[in-house]
Write a protein that binds this ligand. Structure first.
Ligand code: MG
Length: 234
């Protein structure tokens, strides 16, 4: 099986990037892609596009597509096993899922993570969720990436942090879906983000927790073509 490597899987295409102009309020699609197959898709509202930095808004109630075990296969016991088997077999179905926490996603080009700022229903800052993922690749109104299972949750005041989904990350490594080189890179990236949070460096020192969406925006919806996967150049 061809293993997933950060540098060759989803490299940014600078030619496409220069042609892509995204404006605040516009809906774009974040696709997760595994070996050319669509693994997940969510609509988000573009907040800020600085070329090498994107901020995108995914409010609570946004309907997205997530993978699940197809009805023709037995359903395994844990989420980690179910996800790993679907990836191994390249066999899953996409179902609707309603996003349950309003989230602003801050992503730097080339980074193996995105920092998600989340809020409770009462508007209180819930915390910082560091989503480890393959570096984003931009295409027409689409950002492609792939989740790498492991996450870090950092308290709003950055005084403490905790791992999330270490078990799912380990299953993916045990099944050779994530190779050791990538796993090491993910751990190093996580450690660096934790260090930045504790040193109060960007984006953790920025005013993002006080950011508010434009009240006219509402919920983003998946546009036509949300399931079209642009092939990367070989
Ligand atoms: Mg996870």
């Amino acid at each position: 099986m061809r293993r997933l490597r950060p540098r060759d899987e989803l490299r940014g295409d600078s030619r496409v990037r220069r042609l892509t102009v995204w404006t605040p309020g516009q809906t774009i699609v974040i696709q997760e892609v595994w070996k050319g197959m669509l693994w997940a898709a969510r609509p988000v509202i573009l907040v800020e596009d600085r070329g090498s930095f994107l901020a995108a808004w995914c409010p609570k109630g946004t309907r997205r597509k997530v993978p699940t075990t197809p009805p023709w296969r037995p359903r395994e016991r844990t989420r980690g096993e179910r996800l790993a088997t679907s990836l191994e077999l390249r066999d899953w179905v996409l179902i609707d899922h309603e996003w349950d926490v309003s989230t602003l996603m801050l992503t730097e080009e080339g980074a193996m993570h995105s920092v998600w700022v989340s809020w409770l229903d009462n508007g209180e800052h819930w915390g910082w969720y560091v989503n480890l993922q393959l570096p984003m690749r931009r295409a027409q109104d689409v950002v492609q990436t792939m989740d790498l299972a492991l996450d870090v949750i950092i308290a709003p005041d950055k005084s403490s942090w905790t791992w999330k989904d270490e078990d799912e990350f380990q299953v993916a490594i045990d099944r050779n879906l994530i190779d050791e080189e990538t796993a090491s890179a993910v751990r190093a990236e996580a450690a660096e983000v934790i260090r930045r949070a504790q040193a109060n460096e960007p984006p953790f020192c920025d005013l993002w927790p006080e950011w508010l969406p434009d009240p006219s925006w509402g919920l983003p919806h998946l546009p036509d073509g949300w399931d079209r996967v642009t092939k990367r150049k070989q």
